[in-house]
Design a protein around this ligand. Structure first.
Ligand code: NAP
Length: 264
């Protein structure tokens, strides 16, 4: 009878996961919906490295809006994730089109979220950053007039910032369009390295074009909307880039996906 040898294979190296402190592995099951706010933070953590995370909601057939707004896509769970992503970021970056269309309020957090930030050594509020080429923004809109800290507006050399200098700090990056890479460098220089963008589609397209997107948190709403509305990104055609799926969460019929840049 042949002798049998036991071959011991080396244990797989446990590699720190910069995108979530969990071993990098394929997604094989759905975690249960977290029972606490801390559970959500574990699934959408602050990362050790500078990160640009983008958060969108789309219908099951890919629409970014219903009747021109994202509100018609909302459902159970997405507000919790939306709020948690805001809570853990250093700066929220939103394009002027979305600020105008969605009539953005000031970036104010719940008392519990502010406490969480202070307990984790963060400023009480994240920075609010608005990207606009035209600076066609209303200084009386709550996003400015009710802001707990002065928002930042990122614009180009061609814009006249005088109407906004009373309510916001203005960063100039680029001539025709905002140079997104330069804007991100400037935010990093100000200590904001965990960046969250809530879009909209043109800004997402510009960020993809500059290869700045490290993470996409995508909520899929169980609706078929039909043609008409656009997708979550628009603008220049970019090379497809592969992403890793970090988790899948569901609540009722809503689906929550977290993708990170491959190799991170
Ligand atoms: N489903 C979702 O999760 C979601 C999320 C966000 C938005 N939305 C929807 O998206 C729609 C808004 O989309 P949108 O097409 O207006 O796109 P957008 O990206 O929200 O806004 C485009 C505007 O932002 C400014 N901008 C963006 N990138 C720029 C760059 N690189 N340089 C200079 N300016 C830049 C420009 O503002 P100026 O015109 O001031 O120059 C541009 O006109 C709304 O209907 C909103 O409801 C949906």
């Amino acid at each position: 009878m042949p002798r049998r040898f036991l071959v011991r294979l080396p244990a797989p190296a446990r590699r720190a996961d910069p995108a979530g402190d969990r071993a990098a592995r394929p997604v094989t099951g759905f975690p249960a919906w977290p029972s606490s706010a801390d559970g959500l933070v574990e699934l959408y953590p602050r990362n050790p490295a500078p990160t640009l995370r983008v958060n969108f909601i789309a219908s099951a057939d890919g629409a970014v809006t219903v009747d021109g707004l994202s509100g018609g896509l909302h459902g159970p769970g997405d507000k919790e994730i939306f709020d948690s992503l805001r809570m853990v970021c250093d700066a929220l970056v939103v394009a002027a089109g979305t600020v105008r269309a969605e009539n953005y309020d000031a970036l104010r957090l719940t008392p519990a979220a502010r406490e969480w930030r202070l307990a984790h050594g963060l400023p009480e509020f994240p920075l609010m950053v608005i990207v606009s080429g035209s600076l066609n923004l209303d200084p009386d809109q709550l996003v400015f007039s009710d802001a707990p800290i002065r928002p930042i507006v990122v614009t180009t050399t061609r814009a006249d910032p005088s109407a906004l200098t009373g309510v916001a700090d203005v960063i100039v990056a680029g001539d025709d369009q905002v140079d997104c890479a330069a804007a991100v460098r400037e935010l990093h220089a100000r200590g904001a390295t965990q960046l969250l963008s809530e879009g909209g589609p043109q800004l997402f397209g510009a960020l993809l074009d500059a290869d700045l997107v490290d993470e996409l948190c995508l909520t899929v709403s169980p609706l078929l909307v039909g043609g008409g509305p656009g997708r979550i990104s628009s603008g220049a055609v970019t090379d497809p880039r592969p992403m890793s799926l970090r988790h899948v969460l569901t609540l009722e019929n809503m689906l929550f996906l977290r993708y990170t840049r491959q190799g991170t």
